[in-house]
Design a protein around this ligand. Structure first.
Ligand SMILES: [Zn+2]
Length: 213
């Protein structure tokens, strides 16, 4: 009997935080995207095996605020997730892997791939390392990894996250964790579940990274 290996599905929710929806750095049409994300999170049965939730967590003063209005300062309302997101997450009972980014004074922290996430043991690693380790642990049980990226904003954090995950999940990206050559990873953006700042750039991002339905 042929043993069919399934694809492991990962959802990365980027920066669905109050300041990006209705706060100091509100992204146009963010509410619509968030509504769709919440809908997806409520899907039963839930189609994903693993969820990462990234969170911009800036210090009160950072060089990042030379370029942007003050937003998502750690511990403030603006950095919180909207209640509808938190409520949807509680429903399906899956463990959520939180990813903290942008918390140093000298970084922009656009890419969730390089944000920090907790391991079971309590130590933190970067998201891409955590994902790669998961690939390694499962590579004989599953045929590949399918990563869907959603959230805010299409042309900054979502874009950077998708680019970096595509690079870091490649089989030949780094030693010492080697993945089987036939282990396939795909990283795609779900076009209806993102919202962008610059419409032209956001459209280009979707053309390059958008999941074709
Ligand atoms: Zn930021």
């Amino acid at each position: 009997m042929v043993h069919e290996r399934k694809v492991y599905k990962v959802l990365v929710v980027v920066d669905v935080q109050n300041d990006f929806i209705t706060g100091t750095l509100a992204v146009p049409h963010a509410a619509r995207a968030v509504e769709k994300i919440v809908e997806l999170l409520k899907t039963d049965p839930f189609p994903y095996d693993r969820i990462y939730l990234s969170q911009d967590q800036h210090p009160p003063q950072t060089k990042h605020f030379d370029k942007w209005p003050v937003h998502c300062v750690a511990g403030t309302w603006g950095a919180d997730f909207p209640p509808e997101l938190s409520q949807a997450l509680v429903r399906h009972g899956l463990k959520v892997h939180y990813v903290r980014k942008g918390n140093r004074k000298d970084e922009d922290g656009y890419s969730a791939a390089f944000g920090m996430t907790g391991l079971e043991a309590g130590e933190e690693v970067q998201l891409w390392e955590d994902m790669r380790l998961t690939c390694y642990n499962l590579c004989h049980e599953v045929s590949g990894f399918e990563v869907d990226v959603v959230g805010l904003a299409t042309d900054f954090c979502v874009l950077e996250t998708a680019i970096d995950l595509r690079t870091t999940l490649k089989t030949d990206y780094t030693e010492p964790i080697l993945l089987p050559e036939d282990f396939e990873t795909t990283v795609q953006i779900l076009p209806d579940l993102v919202a962008g700042i610059d419409p032209k750039k956001s459209e280009a991002v979707i053309t390059l990274f958008g999941k074709k339905s």
